[in-house]
Design a protein around this ligand. Structure first.
Ligand SMILES: [Zn+2]
Length: 277
């Protein structure tokens, strides 16, 4: 069995509402939504999926889903792009949920300089609010960082120096220099479908995937987004079993057997999110 722990999947979103039970069935049986010849004789077992909230309602749905299925674990937060429309009541919901035993992390939070939904100052204030919540609840934080490394790294450094805080850089998109800085701060680096893409602009990301120490490595799908190569454009959306394609790519880049990558990343996720929670 190839154990797979997907550390980031938005299964609570509308993209899954029509055939949620079918997706759950594939997750329980470890079946890919499409045939990948190379893995036909290597059965997959989903050992865990972290469901990150993007706003108050989504955080609530993720928490409820993790009560229903033992392999689901929830994270709660207001995504940087939705901070702009969050009310005081929304923050109250997220804060209360954060203390639930089914909630194992605070996320996804972070900074997104690519989209222009929430003013930068508001994003930074919300990130700090989530960091405080992670510290208070003693849970790891799950960070979204898009084109915002220069602002992100000093914030994380200050937070780590002041408090006991660790977490995950989700769908890591940076260069080796940034990966190493996050590692130094004690964070885990989670790779998503982007590391499987063949376009040369991803070269610094491939380099990052080679240098992250095995004990800080994680995989994710970011379902329903970021469908991995070679299924990008062929499937209408991504789903957790396809995290095996990210492990497959890491195996190729790092010269390590697929099974070893899968076992290491599943153990790391289990240790960070389940055992310590
Ligand atoms: Zn996400």
């Amino acid at each position: 069995m190839i154990p797979i722990f997907d550390t980031h999947a938005h299964l609570d979103l509308d993209a899954f509402s029509n055939d949620f039970d079918t997706v759950i069935g594939r997750l329980e049986s470890g079946t890919l939504p499409i045939i990948f010849e190379e893995l036909l004789d290597q059965p997959i077992e989903i050992t865990g999926v972290l469901l990150p909230g993007i706003d108050a309602q989504s955080s609530y749905r993720c928490t409820e889903l993790s009560k229903r299925f033992s392999f689901f674990h929830a994270a709660v937060a207001i995504h940087p792009n939705y901070v702009v429309r969050a009310t005081d009541d929304d923050w109250k919901v997220v804060t209360e949920l954060a203390y639930s035993d089914f909630v194992v992390a605070i996320g996804e939070t972070g900074l997104d300089w690519y989209w222009d939904y929430t003013p930068m100052e508001q994003q930074i204030a919300a990130l700090q609010r989530h960091i405080d919540l992670a510290v208070r609840t003693a849970k790891p934080i799950q960070i979204h960082c898009r084109d915002a490394w220069d602002a992100m790294l000093p914030i994380l450094r200050r937070a780590v120096e002041a408090n006991k805080l660790t977490g995950i850089i989700h769908a890591f998109s940076g260069e080796p220099k940034q990966a190493m800085e996050c590692i130094e701060l004690g964070f885990y680096i989670s790779f998503a479908g982007s590391v499987t893409y063949r376009n040369a602009k991803f070269l610094p990301l491939w380099e990052s995937a080679k240098i992250v120490p095995a004990d800080r490595l994680l995989i994710e799908t970011d379902s329903p987004y970021m469908t991995p190569h070679p299924f990008r454009g062929k499937l209408k959306r991504n789903e957790p079993t396809l995290a095996v394609m990210v492990a497959h790519r890491l195996a190729e880049l790092r010269g390590t057997p697929l099974k070893e990558i899968a076992q290491t990343t599943a153990q790391n996720a289990q240790q960070l999110l389940v055992v310590n929670s």
